[in-house]
Design a protein around this ligand. Structure first.
Ligand code: PEP
Ligand code: MG
Length: 588
């Protein structure tokens, strides 16, 4: 059977690259069952302990490297791995097996490792399943070490060559070791844009495609690949014409990027004079600088879960206050919208002991966790109030499905404000409290929620997930996950109308606003405030500055009449085609 010419996965880190593939098979080694004599048992236990020391030393170095090359948040991934590698209960169980059954260190370790992996992968807890890739990475390192193989022997890039690394799964440890000069692209069968490795690839600026199922069956080391980290397309053995086309695209892109630089200091206003407030989404502290330098007019979504990622403890009230103050300071007088903890679903950090659940995305998450765990929520509310003293700070509640959640959250905020005043702590009397509209329930009761809210902000990521019943992190369903579906477009119209009827500001902070076509649709539907990923600000601003509002409105009207997502996209492309070069805005 001939090999396919093109495979399609999820583009997780933009850029076009071409080079021969280097297939990296980071598999578990074959561990022979080996028993030892009673007198060898202490030596085996020492060997186990020594291997842990070596692996922890290696992970520490990787963490250091991640710190230098990506940032402190990225390096915390390794802190979590180090904690796992040193897990005292697990190591004690391995030692006991060595003693009781007189097994070699690697045989006992493999046995216990397998048990643990089964426990993790069968778990309903997103926290545990999220950790499976980390666990694999550690166990594999340990087993190779116990079998006498050194880390550097596991894989290596031929000196002086450029390659595209292809793997089943890209553990963060592998990603961070990659040298930007030699590794020009990344491909993995597993993973989506929210996996750790994707976040790292993006920070390191390496074009990457994940969720490319069958990659290891189709691609051999040496196969020349052409990868598009935006569309997710991977061409095998590209023709000369395809490579030439890629070169043209890259240089066109470079010229276009220079053009984009030019709009950074300009206002986000359409040619017919409609002004849009373009804000930035900030997930990791490192993004503050990028958002400021790209001209973000404040922060429309400050995610606070990442303050917790990879940490052993939850952040204190003081630490949160300091962080919020720092962000507000960076944005001058522009508003900073702090979102209360959106824990749960796929965001249960180790510091937060989450229960196992069969359906974490439909489970105990987000505002539900905050209301049920007042000590967590109240500390965050106090931090928000303290940071808001003399600063333009607002609070936003995620995953709201019921009016009483907003009412209760506001009561708690008022109680904390009163307590801070009584204690003589410098803090704001209150802050505006807005609601994220990101479930169909919230859309249907938007008029009721409006009575309790200072503003709405639409989370199109979750709104799409819950409306379409498509898990946003499932690589297999990635093609079905689109906010361009008529069910979302219609809800966006309803939300905007509800907000207008109640006189509330309504913004969009889901990824849809970061997509140029999505931004045009929102503009056409009447949205005037968008909060986007900092790297997307120049492109979104450029689109706004080139597409008249009247054209966007026409395109949105036609999109509202479409019967499927493809029709919505086609209506938008057609509507704005006369105003911008569509090749720059979205791949066909
Ligand atoms: C959303 O759901 O669209 C959103 C902005 O929140 P998050 O992606 O953090 O769930
Ligand atoms: Mg959300």
């Amino acid at each position: 059977m001939s090999r396919p010419h093109m495979l399609r996965g999820i583009g997780v880190s933009p850029g076009v690259a071409w080079a021969p593939a280097l297939v990296v098979r980071l598999d578990f080694p074959d561990v022979p069952d080996r028993t030892v004599g009673a007198e060898e048992v202490p030596g085996e236990i020492r060997r186990l302990q020594a291997a842990v020391r070596v692996v922890v030393g290696h992970l520490t170095k990787l963490g250091q490297r991640a710190l230098e090359r990506a940032g402190p948040e990225e390096s915390r991934i390794f802190d979590a791995q180090i904690l796992m590698a040193q897990d005292a209960d697990f190591l004690a169980s391995v030692e006991q097996l060595i003693r009781n059954n007189q097994l070699s260190a690697e045989t006992a370790y493999e046995f216990k490792a397998l048990e643990l992996r089964q426990l993790f992968s069968g778990s309903g807890s997103a926290q545990l399943r999220d950790r499976l890739a980390d666990l694999h990475a550690i166990q594999m390192r340990m087993l190779h070490r116990l079998m006498g193989r050194k880390e550097e022997e596991l894989w290596s890039i031929p000196a002086g060559e450029q390659v595209i690394v292809v793997a089943h799964e890209l553990a963060p440890g592998l990603t961070v070791q990659l040298d930007r000069e030699h590794v020009v692209g990344l491909i993995s069968e597993e993973g989506t844009n929210t996996s750790h490795a994707a976040i790292l690839a993006h920070s390191l600026g390496i074009p990457a495609v994940m969720g490319l199922s069958g990659a290891l069956d189709e691609i051999r080391s040496g196969t020349v690949l052409l990868l598009d980290g935006q569309s997710g397309a991977v061409v095998l053995e590209p023709t000369r014409a395809e490579l030439e086309d890629a070169r043209v695209r890259v240089s066109r892109r470079q010229r276009f990027e220079m053009q984009l630089e030019g709009v950074l200091q300009e206002p986000a206003a359409t040619p017919d004079g409609v002004v849009i407030t373009l804000m930035g989404n900030v997930d990791l502290p490192d993004e503050i600088d990028a958002a400021v330098s790209h001209g973000a007019e404040g922060v429309g979504l400050l995610r606070t879960e990442f303050l917790v990622t990879g940490r052993a403890t939850m952040p204190t009230e003081d630490e949160q206050t300091g962080y919020f103050q720092r962000v507000a300071h960076a944005f001058g007088g522009h508003p900073v919208v702090i979102r209360s903890y959106d824990l749960g679903g796929d965001k249960f950090p180790a510091a937060f002991k989450a229960p196992a659940e069969a359906n974490p995305f439909l489970g105990w998450r987000s505002i539900r966790v905050c209301l049920d765990r007042p000590e967590l929520f109240r500390a965050q509310l106090r931090a928000v109030l303290r940071a808001a003293h003399g600063r333009n700070i607002q609070l936003m509640l995620p995953l709201v499905t019921r009016v009483e959640e907003v009412v209760r959250a506001r009561e708690m905020l008022a109680e904390e404000a009163a307590a801070l005043q009584a204690a003589g702590v410098r803090a704001a009397d209150t802050v505006p409290v807005g609601v994220m509209i990101e479930t169909p329930a919230a859309v249907v009761i938007a008029d009721l929620l409006a009575r309790e809210s200072a503003f709405f902000s639409v989370g199109t990521n979750d709104l799409t997930q819950y409306t379409m019943a498509v898990d946003r992190g499932n690589a297999r369903l990635a093609a079905r996950f689109t906010p361009m579906h008529p069910s979302i477009v219609r809800q966006l119209r309803t939300i905007r109308e509800c907000g207008a009827a109640a006189g509330l500001p309504v913004s969009v902070c889901g990824e849809m606003a970061s997509d140029p076509l999505g931004a045009v649709l929102l503009l056409g539907l009447g949205y005037r405030r968008l909060s986007v990923a900092p790297p997307a600000i120049p492109l979104v601003k450029w689109v706004i500055r080139n597409v008249p509002e009247a054209a966007a409105r026409d395109a949105a009207e036609r999109a509202l009449a479409a019967t499927d997502a493809a029709g919505v996209v086609a209506a938008l492309r057609e509507g704005i085609g006369g105003h911008v070069d569509l090749r720059m805005v979205s791949p066909p």
